[in-house]
Design a protein around this ligand. Structure first.
Ligand code: ATP
Length: 300
């Protein structure tokens, strides 16, 4: 552990583990933070893309500056073996945990979406595409404010510049990425659309049992609204989903357009409890077949 970090912060319990390191709680002057400590040796021993991801995250977070819906970088410490990022503490359950427990009402989903799209619009205005938006990377801080996290796959694109490379997680990835074409920042709007659909329905819009089947479904982009789930939801909401999950990128809304043009306020506030049947192959999550099982999985 870097000496300077130990001097400046009181390090507390472990909060979680990722592929390359550990996240701890840390206190400084009575304020709590999360410290994401990356072991550079683990990353260097793997594929070079992984090592690149490690350096990407602090660089992108610095570029993004401070935003109320992004996990902000407060400090950065580095020595030969470790990189420590001091981040906003998000110790409330993440969106993945929340959607495995129950489906969301329109008003709950709209509150999450509004905050998420503010984060995404901020990133895009600074030329940053997140490229891996999914419930696991949507965290909540102690004030229950949404914070977009994990910028390890993000890319800094220039004005009018296109990106390439298959990056993301099967259920959430946009068709132009799966097709291997060049793409722009609207891939994030597609992923937000998938997140919105899952919050409301409890299952993903483009489904398959294997990664290959999911990619086929994403490429077909045949958006359906099963009556059992969607009949009780507003026409405005279905229209919004069509505009976010639009295969034609030129017709797909930007994050800014969704925020400016869509009547989020019209969403009704009905609660819907339902059977949740969905999986997340990209992150190895188990199948969750009911709200009860979801609750058990989280408790375990
Ligand atoms: N800012 C934060 N506040 C509180 N807990 C966090 C924070 N960031 C991450 N965590 C916790 O630490 C765990 C590991 O996070 P990390 O970003 O290192 O890996 P990951 O995104 O889960 O996986 P990967 O290895 O694919 O990057 C997360 O699952 C989460 O539980």
């Amino acid at each position: 552990m870097t000496e300077a970090l130990k001097r400046d912060y009181q390090l507390c319990e472990e909060l979680g583990r990722g592929r390359f390191g550990v996240v701890f709680k840390a206190i400084r002057n009575g304020d709590a933070f999360a410290v994401k400590s990356i072991d550079k040796r683990i990353a260097d021993s793997g594929d070079s893309l992984d090592a690149q991801c490690l350096l990407t995250e602090p660089k992108i977070l610095k570029l993004l500056g401070s935003h109320p819906n992004v996990v902000n970088l407060h400090d950065l410490y580095e020595d030969d073996d470790h990189l420590h990022m001091v981040l906003d503490l998000c110790d409330s359950p993440d969106l993945y945990r929340r959607v495995t427990l129950r489906v969301f009402s329109e008003s709950e989903a709209s509150s999450v979406m509004t905050q998420l799209l503010h984060a995404v619009a901020h990133c895009h205005s600074l030329g940053v595409a997140h490229r891996d938006i999914k419930p696991d990377n949507i965290l909540f801080d102690g004030q229950e404010r949404l914070r977009l996290a994990d910028f390890g796959s993000a890319e800094n694109f220039g004005e009018g510049e296109k990106m390439g490379g298959v990056v993301g997680t099967p259920y959430y990835v946009a068709p132009e990425v799966v097709a291997g074409r060049e793409y722009g920042e609207k891939v994030d709007v597609w992923s937000c659309g998938v997140v919105l659909y899952i919050m409301l329905a409890g299952f993903p819009p483009f489904y398959g049992e294997t990664a290959a089947e999911i990619f086929d479904a994403v490429l077909r982009a045949n958006l359906r609204f099963p009556a059992t789930v969607f009949n009780s939801l507003s026409a405005a909401l279905k229209d919004l989903l069509r505009r976010m999950l639009c295969k034609d990128v030129s017709r797909r809304f930007s994050a800014e357009q969704v925020l400016n043009n869509h009547p989020f306020g019209l969403f009704s506030g009905k609660w819907k409890m339902g059977k949740l049947i969905w999986g997340c192959l990209g992150t190895g999550h188990p199948w969750i077949t009911s709200a009860e099982e979801g609750a058990r999985a989280v408790a375990d």
